[in-house]
Design a protein around this ligand. Sequence first.
Ligand SMILES: [Zn+2]
Length: 239
Amino acid sequence: MNEVISQLIALQKIDLQLDTIDNEIKQEQDALDQQSAMLAQRESDIDDLHEQINTLEKERRTLDLELGEEVAHVKSRQSKMMQVQTGREQTALLKEIEDGKENIKDKEEKIVAIMEEVESLTAQITRQQELLQEETKSLAEATTKAKEAIDNISKNKQAQSSKRQKHASEVEAKLLTKYVILRERRKGLAVSNVLDGVCQGCFMSIPPQQYNTLLRGDRHLDCPVCQRIIYHLPQDDQE
Ligand SMILES: [Zn+2]
């Protein structure tokens, strides 16, 4: 087989392995990022719950004050009852006392509702904090594991990279540039076999005359459809 083609095939094989390595590293990193994002979300959820409790407690303090005032008001109206002379004044005072008692009942109910809600929110915070603690621990473990995995993968990457450099240096400069650009534009595949007249890069048929040229095995061409560098190698000969 044409030496240029075998150089390119070897180079692409290594480059595809390097792509796989980079992908593996990225996957490790992505998994960690996802876990960190989840943790940050939980922390923010907990902050929100605290914020809700603060608002409710402020509301409750206001209600406590109002309740105190209302109680005092009812008491003062009750003592005034002793002094009134006319039935009309008495009726008016009684009405005021009744209204005051209604207000007190209403405020007490509101306060109880707030206390119940605060209790439920506090329980939620406790649960969320437990989960956060577990997740923080699991993230720390995952980070250690990922770092080890990335270290291992990176060792292999170094070995592959120096191998790549050696292979790349064997390819003629202009062709190498073309190869690199094609790889960028064609999803990592710059060099492609042609089987039964079909380019294995884009799966389109190439003109019979060009296919016949490739079948002789001593030349490479550009695919007329995807522009990849094409060659012919019977499928059985491929690794
Ligand atoms: Zn093609």
